[in-house]
Write a protein that binds this ligand. Structure first.
Ligand SMILES: Cc1cc2nc3c(=O)[nH]c(=O)nc-3n(C[C@H](O)[C@H](O)[C@H](O)COP(=O)(O)OP(=O)(O)OC[C@H]3O[C@@H](n4cnc5c(N)ncnc54)[C@H](O)[C@@H]3O)c2cc1C
Length: 405
């Protein structure tokens, strides 16, 4: 039998999703080594398309991966909102020209681009962190892994998504569930789709359909609908997911239905939408000792503002900047993390800088999600008024600039 290993590491990132890889890359660009512990056996380069607005592109530019991603992602010029009410149809067209760059990329392209620029050996696959404990001797953390090994980490960054063990260590409030689920998929067009370079969002009652071209031969789409799914097996059965999706968009324009009918069924995913409440983000304790969180583990939100991934990339840029700034201020070699206090101060600066940005994003996503969740006309009116009052500029979030690395 293999003997269990005990290892001392400087910077450990839990989770090799978008945020974990972006954080490792941001630290690497600043000359800092980190190790990413990912429970999957390989890169999780799956999961449909991901919309990236201008703020996300700015952060990706800082990481040095934006140019190659742009090659396979059409520049979207407008958003077309379609409101369907019985046989009535109303349309609104908004130009992205004063918002900046908006594109949809294949999630696999994004994950691979981030991973490719990391030094060999940065990502350790098949490593699931089972628990995080404080090491009373050193004030750092002890991580127990599924393979029986133990790690003592000087710095621990939880990028382990919505069900975060690092979030549990920080005693974050449990995330909440919307009553809606989302299905995402890709449809391939070997001879080209000919779609306008637009993001299309069509809404009827509590159902939302969205689509955008990724390349000339590929379109990604999603459907958000109130499915009451008792049977968890449904989440894995792509044929059932397809049929349920077609059922939910009956009466939508025929080209939307065709998109789902002709989809690549292997790309379909069904997700129950979850969120960390905006007030929990406002008040949450996102640092304990030398441990913090980023990405969905800090601020999972429903995808209605399309910022979950991009805000995680912003977290990565800001965290790496705060860490190096502190090291340099203390005349340390920026490649090293010396002193628990210094690390804590850097993490506090990071949390402070991110908090209000994340409260705003999550509030906007929460209000739109609540609008879709409720069937009460009064509540709908209240959510409409709040959205109008606080988020009149619905794409204002895309103008945000997280700054240089
Ligand atoms: C339907 C839908 C549509 C969306 N559309 C958009 C969009 O258009 N634009 C956008 O920006 N965002 C969008 N999002 C949100 C976006 O997908 C997420 O915000 C983003 O993927 C979060 O990345 P992450 O790295 O923080 O977490 P995750 O992607 O969840 O990655 C977490 C990683 O940690 C690993 N992990 C978990 N626990 C452990 C453990 N204990 N030990 C080791 N590894 C572990 C997991 O295997 C995983 O690889 C959408 C989300 C949904 C559900």
């Amino acid at each position: 039998m293999d003997r269990a290993i005990f290892e001392d590491l400087d910077v450990v990132i839990v989770g090799g999703g978008i945020c974990g890889l972006a954080t490792a890359l941001a630290l690497h660009r600043k000359g800092m080594k980190s190790i990413v512990m990912e429970r999957s056996e390989a890169l999780r380069a799956t999961g449909g398309g991901i919309g990236i607005p201008a703020n996300g592109w700015r952060a990706l530019d800082e990481l040095g991966v934006a140019s190659k991603l742009r090659l396979n992602a059409i520049l979207l010029e407008k958003v077309r909102d379609i409101f369907l009410n019985g046989s009535k149809r109303q349309e609104e067209l908004t130009s992205f020209s004063n918002i900046g760059e908006v594109r949809c990329v294949k999630r696999s392209d994004l994950i691979e681009a981030l991973a490719q620029d990391l030094p060999l050996g940065t990502i350790r696959f098949g490593c699931q962190i089972l628990s995080v404990k404080l090491d009373t001797n050193s004030c750092f953390t002890i991580l127990h892994l599924n393979n029986g090994n133990t790690i003592r980490a000087k710095v621990l960054i939880g990028c382990d998504g919505a069900n975060s063990v690092v979030g549990d260590f920080l005693e974050l409030k449990p995330k909440k569930l919307h009553s809606s689920c989302a299905v995402r998929g890709f449809t391939y067009f070997p001879n080209g789709h000919g779609f306008a370079h637009e993001l299309v969002r069509a809404r009827r009652d509590n159902t939302l359909f969205g689509m955008a071209p990724v390349t000339d031969n590929l379109a990604c789409w999603f459907v958000v609908h109130q499915w009451h799914l008792q049977d968890s097996k449904v989440f894995k059965d792509q044929e059932i997911i397809k049929q349920m999706t077609l059922e939910s968009i009956k009466g939508f324009p025929s080209e939307k239905i065709q998109l789902v009918k002709n989809c690549d069924i292997s790309t379909l995913t069904l997700t129950h939408l979850r969120y960390r409440a905006p007030w929990d983000i406002l008040l949450g304790q996102f640092r304990r000792g030398t441990v913090t969180v980023a990405g969905d583990s800090m601020h999972v939100m429903a995808p209605f503002v399309g910022q979950g991934g991009s805000s995680g990339i912003e977290d990565a840029v800001v965290l790496a900047r705060c860490m190096t700034r502190k090291s340099i201020q203390a005349n340390n070699d920026p490649k090293e993390f010396k002193g628990q206090k210094l690390i804590e101060e850097a993490m506090d600066e990071y949390v402070k800088e991110r908090r209000m940005r994340l409260v705003k994003l999550s509030t906007q996503a929460y209000l739109i999600g609540s609008l879709l969740d409720t069937s009460s006309s009064l509540l709908k009116l209240i959510f409409f008024v709040l959205l109008g009052a606080f988020f009149r500029d619905q794409f204002g979030h895309a103008r945000y600039n997280c700054g240089h690395l």
